[in-house]
Ligand binder design. Structure first.
Ligand code: XIL
Length: 333
């Protein structure tokens, strides 16, 4: 880990986050993450399939190892995620005999109960282990309560996930109500900020669909605190579109976070393209610095080969050395 370069967290106006797994809780991986980031997200370890692979069998070890490292290192934790269509076991949506839940009143009750139990058990576990939310020992400051609910192709803007197919739009209300109760005791000014998170929010059609859904939630007094922009972008994605979405979402008055930023190179990685990527990162962070009130800005992975995407999308290479993308982030600060 390079010691003679600035720390990202010292160069930027908001908490800077990174998605990690157990490899970043030891050795040079941990050193890199501690030097540059003041917040972590579990890349996979706190998803439903990790935490409750079969009904009632909660497995917190993997996620807790990441939270423990954050506590050791004085970092915040951004929880990810509670209600999602992906990386969520089938049992949530099926009867014991394997038949799918339907939208009958009885099946809706089953799915509501499973959602509530999952959210409550997660919230209670971290309270028991790390202390009350908002107190010194407990690093959890936010949660992606619902992930990727929006589909601009639907007239109501909602993805036809199994959550939706069984419960309808009210599944969003329920998720935030259960989370508000479980994490914040129902206090809408509570310590854990409750986010609705999605990808492609920079694209105009998705932006409009999400804004419509969020305005409906707010009209129904659903306790949503923030909107997450994943920003899995690419070097051709106009930064002006990301900015336009932040401006559009600001009309809601909600918090905003950049939750999963990465920007891969298309095709073969070359020095020239790494430099172009550096300028792209510079433009993105130039824009983001105009929004000092962002809740946090998270990079989706510690270094290139740890990314879920091809194309060397992150600011550090596999030797944990700063790339042009890193210098792009810090240079115009
Ligand atoms: C990705 C992880 O990075 C991968 O390791 C995993 O195989 C699939 O999920 N949107 C999200 C993240 O909200 O949880 C996803 O993370 C990337 C897209």
């Amino acid at each position: 880990v390079q010691t003679d370069i600035p720390s990202l967290k010292d160069e930027l106006p908001w908490p800077v986050g990174v998605a990690i797994d157990e490899r970043e809780t030891v050795g040079t991986g941990e050193q890199l993450v501690v030097k540059h980031y003041d917040q972590i997200t579990a890349e996979n370890a706190m998803k439903p399939e990790s935490i409750q692979p079969t009904e009632g069998a909660f497995t917190f070890e993997a996620g807790d190892a990441l939270i423990d490292s954050a506590v050791r290192n004085g970092q915040r934790v951004y929880g990810h995620t509670l209600v999602w269509h992906s990386q969520t076991p089938d049992w949530f949506f099926t009867h014991a005999d394997g038949t799918p839940l339907t939208s009958s009143a009885a099946d809706q009750q089953i799915l509501r109960d499973r959602m509530r139990t999952h959210i409550e058990t997660v919230a209670d576990h971290y309270r028991q282990k790390y202390g009350e939310y908002g107190t010194a020992g407990n690093p959890i400051v936010a949660y992606d309560v619902v992930n990727e609910a929006i589909a601009e192709s639907e007239s109501d803007g909602l993805r036809r996930s199994r959550w939706f197919e069984v419960l309808g739009e009210q599944y969003l209300d329920l998720a935030f109500q259960y989370a508000s109760q479980a994490f914040n005791g129902g206090d809408t000014d509570g310590p854990v900020q409750l986010f609705l998170n999605d990808y492609n929010t920079e694209l105009p059609a998705k932006r409009r669909a999400m804004l419509d859904v969020v305005n409906r939630l707010l009209a129904r007094d659903v306790p949503v605190d923030g909107l997450g922009h994943q920003f899995h972008v690419n070097l051709l994605q106009p930064v002006s579109q990301m900015k336009a979405s932040i401006d559009a979402f600001a009309t809601t008055g909600l918090l905003q976070a950049v939750t999963e930023l990465d920007a891969p190179i298309d095709g073969t990685v070359s020095q020239e393209k790494l430099v172009a990527q550096g300028y792209y990162y510079a433009d993105v962070f130039d824009m983001l610095r105009q929004y000092p009130d962002l809740f946090s800005v998270t990079l989706w992975g510690p270094y290139d080969s740890r990314s879920w995407r091809e194309g060397a999308p992150l600011p550090f290479d596999d030797d944990l050395q700063a790339k042009p993308a890193f210098w792009g982030i810090v240079d115009r600060g």
